[in-house]
Design a protein around this ligand. Structure first.
Ligand SMILES: NC(=O)c1ccc[n+]([C@@H]2O[C@H](COP(=O)([O-])OP(=O)(O)OC[C@H]3O[C@@H](n4cnc5c(N)ncnc54)[C@H](OP(=O)(O)O)[C@@H]3O)[C@@H](O)[C@H]2O)c1
Length: 332
């Protein structure tokens, strides 16, 4: 099994995302815990050992559902559970308090704790990083990492980390969002961090979904671009046809071939099987070149460096306001 970064744990080459579990935005607010258990059990039986959640997903509900589903089969070392303290946690104590809440909701300590997004521009980025280091020292996680830290934020975070190195940066990366290839990937490689890819299917568009089914898809410019991109959809179909695979499997196998750990999401056990099979799909150099060509436009389309639309807002919004807003929403 591959290792997450230079010093991280071993994990399957693909993981499952659990933002959807308990999420109002995705229409899964009242998802049956038995459904989440079926998704988790299918994943484990298909060789998936990496699971991703966050304290803000469903206001903590995602962690509760994932923890409950995993607990019977969970032994440290066999499964990698990633959770994230919110980016509005900007002091060491706040990060530690959030880490304790994560352990309480999961029912066990996560394997890796991430800072979900960088703090506002004027805030000392070293404080949450030190909080994560302290969380590892206190046994509230085995490892720590970052999420949505672009080139500049990552460089700063690496300067701050004194005793323990981060093992991963979880960022948006897919055939329809190739911004990490501009500079971030190189920096991650040089510093021994794994790249975990969120929205690896551009919220379903790279699986062939042409019309949004939820507001979260309808509002996503990457979903919009990929779902209408005939050149990219044709390339996915052609490569999928050659391998007897689905478009989703091709989009995930492309990410694995690029050295990333994709985190696709679903609340459907049958789709988990489809995603997991992408781990065995070996794309030829010519397949990768064809997909690269059809998605070349997405290297620079979204900006000259890694900064998602969400980060443009959180970068200039005081942490307390962010916290208030997300709390009022009951999480995302
Ligand atoms: N760190 C961060 O800031 C961050 C941000 C976003 C996400 N994430 C993580 O990454 C995970 C995945 O990202 P994501 O949720 O944005 O989406 P994604 O994995 O790119 O797409 C998942 C969606 O694709 C749909 N889909 C797949 N195959 C389909 C098909 N054949 N036809 C129609 N729809 C299909 C699924 O629908 P069904 O639900 O119907 O199966 C699901 O809703 C999240 O769960 C979360 O853990 C992290």
């Amino acid at each position: 099994m591959p290792r997450l970064g230079r010093n991280g744990p071993e994990s399957s080459s693909l993981g499952l995302g659990f933002w959807q579990a308990g999420s109002r935005l995705w229409g899964y607010k009242n998802v049956n815990p038995a459904t989440v258990k079926a998704v988790v059990d299918t994943a484990i039986s298909e060789g998936v050992t990496l699971f991703d959640t966050a304290e803000i997903y469903g206001g903590g509900r995602s962690e509760e559902l994932l923890g409950r589903a995993l607990k019977p089969s969970y032994t440290p070392g066999s499964i990698v559970v990633v959770s994230k303290v919110a980016g509005f946690r900007v002091t060491e104590n706040d990060v530690l308090e959030a880490a304790r809440g994560i352990t309480r909701r999961l029912g066990f300590t996560p394997t890796i704790l991430l800072h979900h997004w960088p703090p506002p521009r004027w805030t000392d980025l070293c404080k949450p990083v030190r909080g994560l280091e302290e969380a590892v020292k206190e046994g509230l996680a085995e490892y720590y990492g970052l999420s949505n830290y672009g080139e500049q934020h990552l460089e700063k975070a690496l300067e701050c980390s004194r005793r323990i190195e981060p093992v991963v940066d979880q960022v948006q990366y897919s055939l329809a969002y190739r911004v990490p290839e501009i500079a971030l990937k190189k920096l991650l490689e040089e510093n021994g961090l794994a790249l975990m890819a969120w929205s690896p299917l551009a919220k379903g568009a790279l699986a062939g979904l042409r019309e949004p089914k939820t507001r979260v898809q309808a509002r996503d410019p990457v979903f919009k671009a990929a779902s209408r991109d005939n050149e990219l959809q044709d390339a996915l179909s052609k490569v999928a046809g050659r391998h007897g695979a689905t478009k989703a499997q091709v989009a995930l196998a492309w990410l694995i071939a690029k050295g990333a750990f994709p985190l696709p999401a679903t609340m459907k056990p049958s789709r988990v099987k489809e995603y997991a099979a992408a781990q065995k799909l070996r794309l030829a150099e010519s397949d990768i070149a064809e997909l690269d060509r059809a998605s070349e436009k997405y290297v620079y389309k979204w900006g000259a460096g890694y900064e998602t639309d969400f980060m443009k807002i959180t970068g200039v919004t005081p942490a307390l306001l962010q916290k208030l807003f997300i709390s009022l929403l009951g999480g995302i």
